[in-house]
Design a protein around this ligand. Structure first.
Ligand code: ZN
Length: 309
């Protein structure tokens, strides 16, 4: 049995974002605390005792406080059920939480060589001593089984695959520490419980739904999918930014080539948007955009949502 906890559902900045006065952020600050959301990450476990994080968000400390499953076990002076962190990209909202895990507990970081190169090139990540916190490269189309701190198998098989996306924003126009080839900057994951064979997909960033991706996702019990923006030009029209969703490596929810339309005919039991930006009107429970998403079978999760697969 695979357990999944949505630690956070928001895109970079969270909801509300510290410096944002958009309608969603205003409402989240004042009168609608249910709109508050931390930056996207999920935790998974096949044995209910050892957990793996998929990305480590800047809000990790708050997320761990809220998730009882991830507390140290009773009676232990120092302990964490977190056995590892799998990184799907090198963005701030995926890697910064690692810095909150620096207190000498053993775990393993699994990431593509390009993302590991980014960590290596930033000396601040040296707070995670490599003798205590191993860094293991993962490869596109190569399934792997993350292990527990004592080396025992976790019972979880993870298959990373390339999806259309962008490299980390802060590296734009700079030399990527992982070299010029962009493959590996954005990964999707298929996560499978080895005992039951049940699986789900995790794509917190995806710029485009290809035919190949459609066939990959068909027949899946559960898909977490990039829900950053409702409209591609949403940040520009709202006066919040100068980039389209596409330019940031994120498909829009709406539109002919958006996520809702692209995945409409695909057989997926449960579709959940993740990595939702505070500019996205679908976050507002009574908005027409929310109704469109929900009637198309999509869910927008609250932080802390637990799913058993
Ligand atoms: Zn906002």
């Amino acid at each position: 049995m695979l357990r999944i906890v949505v630690l956070g559902a928001a895109a970079g900045g969270g909801v509300p974002q510290w410096n944002c006065g958009c309608p969603v952020c205003r409402a989240a600050r004042d009168g609608h605390p249910e709109l508050r959301s931390t930056q996207a990450s999920i935790a998974i476990s096949a044995d209910d005792a050892h957990w793996f994080l998929i990305n480590a968000s800047p809000d990790l400390r708050q997320q761990l406080l809220a998730a009882k499953q991830l507390h140290p076990k009773p009676g232990a002076l120092r302990h964490s059920p977190i056995a590892g962190v799998v990184l799907t990209n090198g963005e701030i909202d995926a890697v910064t939480g690692l810095l909150s895990m620096r207190e000498g507990s053993p775990f393993t970081i699994y990431a593509h060589a390009r993302v590991l190169a980014i960590l290596k090139s930033n000396s601040i990540f040296n707070v995670l001593s490599e003798t205590m916190v191993g860094r293991e490269p993962i490869e596109v189309d190569q399934p792997f089984e993350p292990h527990l701190p004592d080396g025992a198998p976790s019972g979880i098989e993870i298959l990373p695959f390339a999806v259309s996306g962008k490299g980390a924003w802060y590296l734009e126009g700079r030399q990527h520490p992982g070299g010029a080839d962009g493959t590996g900057d954005t990964l999707g994951l298929r996560i499978r419980d080895k005992a039951t064979g049940r699986h789900f997909y995790f794509l917190a960033a995806c710029a485009d739904v290809s035919d190949e991706l459609k066939s990959r996702l068909a027949g899946s019990p559960l898909v977490f999918f990039d829900g950053t923006v409702w409209r591609d030009d949403e940040l520009i029209t709202a006066g919040l930014g100068s980039k389209t969703g596409k330019a940031m490596g994120h498909i829009a929810m709406s539109g002919d080539r958006g996520a809702i339309a692209s995945l409409a005919g695909i057989d997926i039991d449960r579709k959940i948007f993740l990595h939702i930006n505070n500019s996205n009107p679908a976050l507002l429970h009574a908005s027409p955009e929310r109704q469109i998403a929900e009637s198309a079978g999509w869910q927008i999760p609250a932080d802390g949502t637990e799913i058993v697969l």
